[in-house]
Design a protein around this ligand. Structure first.
Ligand code: PLP
Length: 449
């Protein structure tokens, strides 16, 4: 039998030699984690860190929630694995509980093991349902690491997989702070972004477009909250042209934005809603697509040609049931909303007053970004888009300053996101904001304005 050596030095050496990591340099140095609990991580040297990342913005219920651990243990003892073709209590109940919470008439659930596969299958459903081919997706988006989702992604991580899946067309979504439309207000941004989308539909030919795929609130690419009216405008365009509206809520859903789903803020019901991450906080890999009756009906007479060996895995479904129970019993969605309005929003705006490097604060729920700039007047980003090495030094220095003080920050290009678990207490958030306050002094040194 084998047991893993636990001393940090050995863990890091074996990692360096044998683990080929995602999104990074092979053989790079890593922080080795010994223990996790709630909103905290401890490294193998005993240092404690407040997790302002929820890892990849997935651990909504924090680390090692006892009810989650127990549910997985109990299910492992009852039935640890089962193929996707059968009905089984935990899968039926997980689907029912999710369908009960997804907006409008989204009543059936296709399970996957994560977000990217859910987007792949949503695109496939839309194509078969409409008999059309093209998919419109936004620049400054991330939809996942497999071929189709990558092709839909609107940022540099797509570049290495190009030309990728044919039929994807990108357009600009709303981003008032750096408007692609030279808009000067949120209303203007909304109006012009919708006109731009209308123009793209016109020249691409609406009758060839199967789906518009959009993150409801853009996550990794900067927490871009759409202006009021934008999503309804997209919904109307989809209705007008028979296009399937796919809302990617992999990051924004399951309470992250202070509602069960981010679309609930604007009362918009998509045709397909893609989820993962927060559904069970990543305790077991799980994702899925919530499906409208019209699209489900397409596949009542024509089998759906898509599936995964681990679709609706019993351990994942048991953990999803436990997760939804915790959301309800602990008032997680309400807590997330209050943290945003009472603690994180005001706290970040206060930081902006003190630090010239903060160009904009934006977000909702427990989904916030500080956009860091060299100059507030010109809005020049603190580091160039997609910067690496020396060009990225100011953001790297900011990240190190956070970690040295015991905070794990979520950093992407020139933004830092405040995305702790939804279970984080107001006091813990304040502790993290105090560290950000100190670390921003490091970023301020690179400002010129
Ligand atoms: N969609 C969005 C909006 C995401 O943020 C992510 C992951 O960060 C994905 C899809 C891909 O999910 P996964 O990594 O579970 O495949």
């Amino acid at each position: 039998t084998f047991s893993a050596p636990t001393d940090g030095e050995t863990v890091r050496r074996h990692d360096k030699d044998h683990v080929f990591h995602a999104w990074g340099l092979a053989g790079a140095d890593t922080m080795s984690v010994a223990r996790t609990e709630g909103s905290w991580l401890w490294d193998t040297e005993g240092r404690r860190y407040l997790d302002f990342t929820s890892q990849l913005v997935n651990a909504n219920l924090g680390h090692q929630h006892p009810r989650m651990v127990a549910a997985i243990q109990e299910q492992a003892a009852r039935m640890a694995t089962l193929g996707p073709a059968y009905s089984v209590d935990v899968r039926s109940e997980a689907a029912r509980l999710i369908a009960e919470r997804t907006p409008g008439d989204l009543d059936m659930v296709f399970f996957t093991t994560g977000g990217t596969e859910a987007n792949e299958n949503a695109i496939r459903m839309a194509r078969v349902h409409t008999g059309r081919h093209k998919v419109l997706a936004a620049y400054r988006s991330y939809h996942g690491g497999t071929a189709g989702s990558m092709a839909a992604t609107g940022e540099p991580r797509r570049w290495a997989t190009e030309p990728g899946m044919p039929g994807v067309v990108h357009f600009w979504g709303p981003y008032p702070y750096r408007s692609a439309f030279h808009a000067e207000s949120a209303e203007q941004e909304c109006e012009r972004a919708l006109q731009h989308l209308r123009d793209v539909l016109m020249v691409e030919g609406p009758a060839s477009i199967a789906a518009i795929l959009l993150e409801t609130v853009v996550g990794t690419n900067g927490i871009l909250v759409p202006p009021d009216g934008y999503l309804q405008g997209v919904r109307d365009l989809c209705d007008e042209h028979g296009i399937v509206m796919i809302s990617d809520e992999v990051m924004a859903g399951f309470g992250r934005c202070g509602e069960w789903f981010a679309v609930d803020h604007w009362g918009v019901v998509p045709d397909l809603l893609v989820f993962a991450k927060g559904v069970n906080s990543g305790y077991v890999p799980l994702g899925g697509v919530a499906i409208s009756p019209a699209i489900a009906d397409t596949f009542r007479t024509r089998p759906f040609t898509g599936g995964l060996t681990y679709s609706g895995h019993p351990l994942a479904c048991a953990s999803a049931i436990a997760s939804i129970g915790i959301y309800e019993d602990e008032g997680i969605v309400e807590h997330a909303r209050a943290l945003g309005t009472d603690v994180i929003g005001p706290g970040l705006r206060a930081l902006m007053e003190r630090h010239p490097s903060v160009g904009e604060v934006r977000g909702l729920g427990v989904f916030w970004a500080l956009e860091l700039v060299r100059d507030r007047t010109t809005r020049e980003p603190l580091v160039p888009y997609n910067a690496t090495g020396e060009a990225n030094a100011p953001m790297a220095a900011f990240t190190s300053a956070c970690k040295e003080r015991g905070l794990l920050p979520f950093v992407h290009f020139n933004t830092t996101h405040v995305v702790p678990p939804l279970t984080t207490t107001a006091d813990e958030v304040r502790e993290g904001l105090a560290i950000l306050d100190e670390a921003l002094e490091v970023a301020d040194r690179s400002t010129t304005g």
